[in-house]
Design a protein. Structure first.
Length: 312
């Protein structure tokens, strides 16, 4: 029975991944900062061991990696690593001791796209601290794997959605009031011509890519995989589909970004800029070909499920 340690396993992805691992015969240890509960209840969690660890404090003391290694895992899935220093401390402690490390990265490692759908092999130009740090982590871990120092895979989710989360909305930020505006048939302002793109993914589909990476070690080792829905959405198309979902004709107006940002808060305007400046649209061909990835949800299906739960 393989022993799999999932760091941050009570989150959205882990809530789908951990039960799948248990059902497949893994002994699972869920490492969490506090007594957090998974987003989806399941009897399989009764067989999951929980370890409490304050990653920030333990990394500062230089012992987090050793703590994970002391659990003697075969596989480690790291959901919550955001800096190269953090990745290095864990990886150095695990060298020669595990069969597979899976890191949850992000499609933001690509920055803006030159051509779409963007493939994992396309040149990257990350910007912003989050995207740059994740890109550095990816280079570091896959470099270790390709040199034979540590088997590793990077899974790159898009904009994660699922029950319990407010989805990235058709204005490009996370305020759920946008969906109430659409539900009520009121006018929605969208920046520019609404042709920038966002690329959602259901948490269950990210868990699928992680699970299939574990199952297909030979194909996954040393590789990065986009974990997104089959197709991105334009902001305009997304808004129109959500108006239709609530039984309304589209009630949309378009505004230049500089004018539009005055209609929302500064934080919302910044979040929208972060998303439309990248306008992600990513390919899943590699994950389909090497792992047999078959998304359960389109972007709209995933969002509709989330919004239905949210409004309920």
């Amino acid at each position: 029975m393989p022993r799999t340690v999932v760091i941050g396993g009570s989150g959205h992805i882990g809530s789908y991944l951990v039960p799948n691992l248990v059902a497949a015969g893994h002994e699972v240890i869920n490492v969490v900062r506090g007594e957090s509960k998974p987003y989806r209840s399941s009897r399989t969690w009764e067989s999951v061991r929980t370890e409490i660890a304050d990653r920030t404090a333990e990394e500062t003391a230089g012992r987090f990696g050793d703590h994970i290694a002391s659990m003697k895992p075969d596989v480690v899935v790291d959901m919550i690593c955001f800096t190269q220093d953090s990745a290095m401390q864990l990886a150095e402690a695990l060298k020669g001791k595990i069969s597979h490390l899976i890191h949850i990265g992000t499609i933001w490692v690509h920055g803006y796209s030159v051509q779409t759908p963007t493939r994992e092999s396309d040149a990257r130009a990350p910007f912003g601290d989050y995207g740059v740090q994740k890109s550095q982590i990816e280079d570091y871990l896959l470099g270790l794997a390709r040199r034979g120092d540590l088997p590793a895979t990077v899974v790159r989710p898009g904009h994660i959605v699922g029950p319990g989360w407010a989805p990235l909305n058709p204005q490009g930020h996370f305020n759920p009031d946008v969906f109430r505006t659409i539900r009520d048939g009121k006018k929605l302002a969208i920046p520019n011509f609404g042709l920038e793109t966002v690329h959602h993914v259901h948490a269950e589909d990210v868990a699928q890519v992680v699970f299939k990476s574990i199952q297909n070690w030979g194909a996954a080792n040393g590789e990065a995989f986009n974990a997104v829905s089959p197709a991105a959405l334009t902001l305009r198309g997304y808004a129109e589909a959500m108006f239709a979902f609530f039984g309304h004709a589209p009630n949309i107006e378009f505004m230049p970004f500089e004018a539009w940002k005055g209609t929302v808060s500064a934080d919302e305007a910044q979040a929208t800029w972060e998303h439309i400046a990248r306008s992600p649209s990513h390919s899943i061909e590699k994950a389909q070909r090497l792992l047999g990835y078959t998304p359960f949800y389109s972007s709209l299906d995933a969002v509709k499920q989330s919004v239905s739960t949210l409004l309920a």
